[in-house]
Design a protein around this ligand. Structure first.
Ligand code: GLU
Length: 416
């Protein structure tokens, strides 16, 4: 049985609640999602066969605003993944203090196995299926693993066609031509880089020359690699689903990215001066900073003890199990948690939505300045909470979010 990511989320929340001295009654409502939708989508494939795909949209909380969170296209997606990811969005949005709750959606599908036509039809049918539950003031989807701006554009178009007028604010992460924001595509990786640099500053260290290993070369991993490389870090290992590459001298990141950008290329086809490693070897390699930027549950009680990095920046959602987190803590590894480290994506989603609702078009500097301010403030507030409760950054992050969520619950009276 695979580790249940929702259980993992609950353990992290309970840990913070106990450090804060909260009564179970105070946070009981947050243990449950507000609403869960399951849909079955019959799709005519290009060859005429019919396949039925399973999909979800979970709204964990609308305490602080409409539901917000990505849509994941992955063959292993189950309700507990989406439930956990939705709950993490609630906490993430509270940490960066943007007026959203938390939600997540997903389809159990390997998008690499679909033609573009199949992917478009599936996305449009999924949008129609979840249509009564989403909207600019209800729940606003965005990209996640396996989906991208093209998928968001189809969602916007399908929703708008049903309404009879263009509704840009129903989804974020769209292409610039259809209401997307400058800077949104790079936002998560830019945010991870801001957080990595701030973490080092807190330790009186410099990013220059730091040896970094990054698991995952999707949107988040590849853009983080690029920004960290530009900031002077030495990226010594990267990986994707096909495996990883390692070079003590440092990997030629622009060249790797150039190769991966072409079509559906994977690292296994990339040639150069490096050693091939597996994904588990990457996690355990000798580096200063480890950045898991792929899927959940990568650092577990099986490998946590073998990790050599002194700092872990969680660019993926839920990469570390609670058992592994305790081991890393006992080894004094500084873990900057997902709900802070990867919040740059939803922050610029928020900026996109604000522009859509107001009919504004900000230039990229304006977006990036706002992102930098919001991320830096969130880092400092998480750090202050970690100091206040004498705990690690993860517990500090959960504590900050709990304070904000419970304040909203108390004022609204929703627990009455
Ligand atoms: N999927 C991203 C995340 O996990 C972005 C969500 C959003 O922009 O709404 O944070």
């Amino acid at each position: 049985m695979r580790n249940n990511p929702y259980e993992n989320f609950l353990k992290f929340m309970h840990k913070a609640a106990s450090i804060m001295g909260l009564e179970p009654n105070e946070y009981l409502a947050l243990e449950y999602p507000e609403r869960e939708l399951k849909v079955y989508i019959p799709l005519k494939m290009d060859d005429g066969r019919i396949n039925v795909f399973e999909g979800y949209r979970v709204q964990h909380s609308t305490l602080r605003g409409p539901g917000k969170g990505g849509i994941r296209y992955h063959q292993n997606v189950e309700i507990n993944d989406i439930r956990a990811l939705a709950a993490m969005m609630t906490f993430k949005c509270a940490i960066v203090n943007i007026p959203y709750g938390g939600a997540k959606g997903g389809l159990t599908v390997n998008p690499r196995e679909l033609s573009m036509g199949e992917l478009e039809r599936l996305t449009r049918k999924y949008t129609t299926a979840i249509m009564p539950f989403i909207g600019p003031e209800k729940d606003i989807p965005a990209p996640d693993v396996g989906s991208n701006s093209q998928v968001m554009d189809w969602i916007m178009d399908t929703y708008s066609a049903n309404k009879g007028y263009p509704v840009y604010g129903v989804v974020t992460g769209k292409d610039i031509d259809v209401g997307g924001s400058l800077g949104r595509n790079e936002a998560t990786g830019r945010g991870v880089t801001i957080i990595a640099i701030r973490t080092l500053q807190t330790l009186n260290q410099d990013i220059k020359g730091k040896r970094v290993a990054i698991q995952g070369m999707g949107n988040v991993g590849s853009i983080t690699a690029n920004f960290l490389h530009q900031s002077g870090a030495k990226i010594i290992a990267v990986s994707d689903v096909s495996g990883g590459i390692y070079s003590e001298k440092g990997i030629d990141i622009p060249d790797v990215l150039n190769y991966l950008d072409k079509g559906r290329n994977l690292l296994e086809g990339y040639k150069g001066d490096f050693v091939r490693i597996t994904n588990s070897e990457l996690l355990e390699c000798d580096c200063d900073i480890l950045i898991p930027a792929a899927l959940e549950n990568q650092i577990t009680e099986k490998n946590a003890d073998k990790i050599k990095a002194g700092i872990i920046i969680e660019a993926a959602n839920g990469p570390t199990s609670e058992e592994a987190d305790a081991i890393l803590n006992s080894k004094n590894v500084l873990v900057v948690p997902d709900i802070l480290a990867n919040a740059g994506g939803v922050v610029v989603s928020y900026l996109e939505w604000v522009q859509n609702l107001q009919g504004l078009l900000w230039d990229e500097d304006e977006v990036n300045d706002r992102l930098r301010k919001i991320m830096s403030k969130a880092f400092d507030e998480v750090y202050q909470n970690a100091m206040e409760y004498k705990c690690n950054m993860r517990n500090g992050a959960y504590a900050l979010a709990l304070k904000r969520l419970l304040a909203a619950a108390q004022k609204r009276g929703v627990h009455a």
